[in-house]
Design a protein around this ligand. Structure first.
Ligand SMILES: *Cc1c(COP(=O)(O)O)cnc(C)c1O
Length: 411
């Protein structure tokens, strides 16, 4: 444990410290939920306002050509690609993570005829598992979704596998898979690997190229700060792109959308992963939000994230262990993403009380309180304060109120 003065000194020496000014963080708020919804980068409001009043308002239909609207999925894809080790032309921004997963899962299954197992784990985000169940049904039911414990994934990779489909970082505990090793294993078994990078992109360095990833999807509204419901992204390995047969075949992914042919012919390369018209305003918000990453070294982000997490864990354990809090995240930073979670009895009410006292994290059933650590706008003193407020909430029983126990629609 350290003193607040020591935490402040760490902030003064922090090379990423100045980035905080790029964000709108409401007064008296310690925002530890950027892994659920990133905050608003300050300059986005003006850019978006201009897109509405000038680009849409004045250019009207001409905006598609005049303002690069049509190319936004590619422009954004390349910018996101830099953060995840993907070469230009291998990523597009499009749709939602769930929808992009449908696209790559169907494509991957078609490329592995004769193999009928999709392997995933119980730490995966439920939507990913629902997508797999839905895809299997839509394709006539010939596949099996095999779900094992996260620790058993490696041993469960066998020759019957078509696709290994995993989320790199567990949304509840922050446990992180060894992506490169598991991809190599999947390839040895003759299978593809699909990765969900929702809690990876913008959280720490990812290298899809070096890892030989086949397919990946991820989210624009978490660590990438693109705003509620921001476009997601999808990656396809360069040499697979022209073999992908899109199941969501729409005109925007057609080789010549404005030829209006009656028959579908996929575009070359990653563009065939487009389906319909992109949400231009959301794309512009995300594009503008991505400016905060310009000049940022992802390794510096990771280094600070690990130090923030270690400080938070030591302060919380030092102060709150007697109240029954138990670390749910891996203690070893190497096995962790950029969040820290604790098992906590009455965790929902505890989190509501924390939020009422200015510390915003979130709750995940059955008993997890979760804190996202986002180095561009969270500092050491924030984390120190959050641990102290948590201690007060627990020691003084501030959570023990009926209104804190009533569950809202979104937790
Ligand atoms: C947030 C999240 C999603 C969300 O998918 P949407 O389609 O944007 O709702 C998917 N997978 C993981 C791992 C997530 O954390």
């Amino acid at each position: 444990m350290i003193t607040r003065e020591e935490a402040e000194a760490l902030d003064r020496a922090d090379p990423l410290g100045a980035r905080r000014e790029l964000f709108v963080i409401p007064q008296n708020t310690i925002y530890l939920d950027g892994n659920s919804l990133g905050p608003l980068p300050r300059h986005v409001a003006k850019r978006l306002g201009n897109a509405v009043s000038e680009e849409w308002g004045q250019s009207l239909i001409r905006g598609w050509n005049a303002h690069g609207w049509f190319d936004l999925p590619r422009t954004l894809g390349d910018r996101i690609g830099r953060l995840i080790g993907a070469r230009p032309g291998t990523v597009i921004a499009a749709d939602s993570t769930s929808i992009n997963l449908v696209k790559v899962l169907t494509a991957a299954l078609k490329l592995k005829p004769g193999r009928h197992v999709i392997l995933s784990d119980s730490g995966n985000f439920p939507s990913d598992l629902y997508v797999a169940q839905g895809v299997i049904k839509a394709l006539g039911g010939a596949w099996e979704l095999r779900i094992v414990e996260p620790e058993s994934v490696e041993g469960a990779i066998g020759d019957d596998l078509a696709v290994l489909m995993l989320t790199e970082v567990d949304y509840r505990t922050g446990r992180r898979h060894d992506m490169k090793k598991l991809i190599a294993k999947a390839h040895q078994a003759g299978a593809f690997a699909i990765w969900d990078l929702c809690h990876s992109a913008g959280a720490f360095p990812v290298d899809l190229t070096d890892g030989h990833a086949d397919f990946a999807v991820g989210c624009g509204y978490k660590y990438l700060n693109g705003g509620p419901g921001a476009p997601a992204f999808v990656y396809v390995r360069p040499d697979l792109q022209d073999r992908v047969e899109p199941s969501l075949a729409g005109w925007m992914g057609h080789a010549a959308p404005f030829a209006f042919d009656l028959d579908y012919r996929p575009a070359k390369g990653i563009d065939r992963l487009r389906a319909g018209t992109p949400g231009v305003l959301s794309m512009i918000a995300l594009d503008s939000a991505l400016d905060v990453w310009d000049g940022v070294d992802m390794q510096a982000v990771r280094d600070k994230s690990v130090r923030l997490a270690n400080l938070f864990i030591s302060e919380v354990e030092g102060r709150c262990a007697s109240h029954g809090l138990k670390l749910a995240s891996p203690r070893d930073a190497a096995g962790r993403g950029s969040q820290v979670s604790f098992h906590c009895t009455d965790g929902y009410a505890v989190m509501q009380a924390l939020i009422a006292h200015g510390v915003i994290g979130d709750f995940r059933a059955p008993d997890i309180i979760r804190f996202g650590l986002t180095p561009l706008y969270i500092g050491f003193a924030d984390v120190w304060d959050a641990a102290h407020i948590l201690e007060r909430v627990l020691a003084e029983g501030l959570w023990d109120r009926a209104d804190f126990k009533k569950k809202a629609q979104v937790t």
